[in-house]
Design a protein around this ligand. Structure first.
Ligand SMILES: NC(=O)c1ccc[n+]([C@@H]2O[C@H](COP(=O)([O-])OP(=O)(O)OC[C@H]3O[C@@H](n4cnc5c(N)ncnc54)[C@H](O)[C@@H]3O)[C@@H](O)[C@H]2O)c1
Length: 384
C-alpha cells in the first residue's frame, strides 16, 4: 500500500490539466517566460501552476485574501514555484505581497479580482505581454482600464464553460457544503435569503432549495428578479427578505450589500455568509463596531456572534470573506469544475504567450475555439 496526500488526489483528478501538462512538456509554450499569479492557493491551484511550469514557465505566485492553504504552498515550492507571502486577511500585507510579485516583472499575469493588473498600472513595464483574469469582479474592475492596459487580457469568467460549470453548478454546491461544514446547522425548513441571482446566485439558490430550505432571492436587476420568480423562488422586497431570513448569503460582486444599517432588520439568530469574491459584500468591520453591538463572541472555525444590546444574536461566518474556501478543511469548488476553468486558463495563457491574440483582445471573453477545445477534451475523456 502507498499513501498519498489530498493534493495528489486533486491533481490526479484534474484530468484535463494532466493531459495539457503532458502536451506542454513537449511544446513548451512558456519557455523563457515568467508567469505571475494572484489566485487562491489551494489544491487545484497546484495542478494548474505545475502545468504552467511543465510548459517552461517560471511561476511566481501569491494568493488571495484569507484563502491561502499551507499544504498547497509547500507542494508548490517543492515543484519549483516561487510563492510570495502566506495566508492573510490584512489588505495592506496582501498588497505588499502583490507588489513584491510585480517587482519580478512577470511576462504574463494570471489575475483573480483584477488586483495585479490594476497594480501593474501603478508601475508599468514594457515586457508584460498580457494574461488572464478569472472573475466577474475582476472583469468589472479592468474594463474601464482597457485604454491603459492595451494588452491581451482574456476573461475566463466570461467563457460559457466557466459560467455553467463553476459559477452555476460548483459555487452552489460548495456554498451548501461549506454552510454545513462550518455551521453544522440544519437547512431543512430554514428560510434562506440569497442576495444576487447571477450565475453564482442561481446555483446557490438551487442547492439550498435542494437541501429543503425555503429560499428567497433579493436581486437588484428587475429582469433577473423576474427570472428568480419564474424559477420558483420567493422574491419579496429586500427588507422583508432580510428580516425573515434564518440565513443570508450574499453573492453579488458588489460592496456594502449588508451593512450596520441593516442591523435593525435582522432576525435573532440569523447567519450571515458571503460567497462573493471580495470581503466587501457584508461589511463585517462596520457590523462589528456598530453601536448596538454589546459584545462579540468568537468561536473556533472562523465563526463569530454579535450580541446586540436588545438581546438579538447575529452570527457571522468567516468575517465576511468568501466562505466556500474558508475555515477548516476548505475544499472550494469541485475538482472537475476547476479543472475545466483551469484548462481554459492554461489554454488562454498559451494563446497570449504564443501571440495568438493581440492588444485588441483586452478584457474580452475566452476565444470560442478555446472553449470548444476544452469542452471536446472533457467530453472525449468521459466517453472514451
Ligand atoms: N465563491 C466562489 O467560489 C466564486 C466563484 C466564482 C465567482 N465568485 C464571485 O461571486 C460574485 C458573483 O458572481 P456572478 O458570476 O454570479 O456575478 P453576476 O454578475 O452574474 O451576478 C451578480 C448579480 O448580483 C446582482 N446584484 C448586484 N448588486 C446587488 C445588490 N446590492 N443587491 C442585490 N443584487 C445585486 C446583479 O444584478 C447580478 O444579477 C462575484 O464576486 C464573483 O467574483 C465566487
Amino acid at each position: 500500500m502507498t499513501t498519498a496526500t489530498r493534493i495528489d488526489w486533486t491533481r490526479e483528478h484534474c484530468r484535463l490539466l494532466q493531459a495539457i501538462r503532458r502536451e506542454f512538456a513537449v511544446t513548451r509554450p512558456f519557455e523563457g517566460l515568467t508567469i505571475g499569479t494572484g489566485i487562491h492557493i489551494e489544491a487545484k491551484t497546484v495542478a494548474l501552476l505545475t502545468t504552467l511550469r511543465a510548459g517552461g514557465a517560471q511561476v511566481v505566485a501569491t494568493g488571495n485574501l484569507n484563502s491561502t492553504q499551507p499544504a498547497a504552498v509547500e507542494a508548490l515550492r517543492a515543484e519549483g514555484v516561487t510563492v510570495i507571502g502566506a495566508q492573510t486577511r490584512d489588505e495592506r500585507e496582501h498588497g505588499r505581497y502583490q507588489r513584491e510579485l510585480l517587482a519580478t516583472q512577470p511576462d504574463l499575469i494570471l489575475d483573480n479580482g483584477g488586483d495585479l493588473f490594476a497594480r501593474y498600472l501603478d508601475h508599468p513595464y514594457p515586457s508584460l505581454k498580457g494574461g488572464t483574469e478569472e472573475t466577474t469582479s475582476g472583469r468589472m474592475r479592468l474594463k474601464p482600464l482597457r485604454d491603459r492596459l492595451r494588452r491581451p487580457v482574456l476573461v475566463i469568467n466570461d467563457s460559457p464553460i466557466k459560467q455553467f460549470a463553476e459559477n452555476r453548478h460548483a459555487v452552489g454546491q460548495s456554498t451548501l457544503e461549506s454552510l454545513l461544514r462550518l455551521t453544522n446547522r440544519v437547512t431543512n425548513g430554514e428560510r434562506v435569503t440569497v442576495v444576487g441571482y447571477g450565475a453564482c446566485g442561481r446555483g446557490v439558490a438551487d442547492n439550498l432549495r435542494g437541501a429543503h430550505a425555503k429560499v428567497s432571492v433579493v436581486e437588484a436587476d428587475p429582469v433577473t428578479r423576474l427570472r428568480a420568480h419564474l424559477d420558483g423562488f420567493d422574491t419579496p422586497a429586500r427588507d422583508r427578505a432580510l428580516s425573515t431570513a434564518d440565513v443570508i448569503i450574499t453573492v453579488t460582486g458588489a460592496p456594502g450589500v449588508i451593512t450596520a444599517k441593516d442591523l435593525p432588520l435582522l432576525k435573532d439568530g440569523v447567519i450571515l455568509a458571503n460567497a462573493g469574491h471580495f470581503p466587501v459584500e457584508i461589511d463585517a468591520a462596520g457590523l462589528l463596531k456598530a453601536p448596538e453591538v454589546r459584545a462579540v463572541r468568537e468561536y473556533e472555525d472562523d465563526l463569530a456572534t454579535l450580541e446586540l444590546a436588545d438581546g438579538r444574536r447575529i452570527h457571522l461566518v468567516a468575517r465576511g470573506h468568501m466562505f466556500n474556501l474558508a475555515g477548516p478543511r476548505a475544499l472550494g469548488n469541485s475538482i472537475e469544475s476547476m479543472d475545466l476553468g483551469f484548462a481554459l486558463q492554461a489554454r488562454c495563457l498559451e494563446a497570449v504567450a504564443t501571440g495568438q491574440v493581440d492588444g485588441t483582445s483586452c478584457v474580452v471573453p475566452v476565444p470560442a475555439e478555446i472553449d470548444a477545445q476544452v469542452a471536446d477534451a472533457y467530453l472525449a475523456d468521459r466517453y472514451q
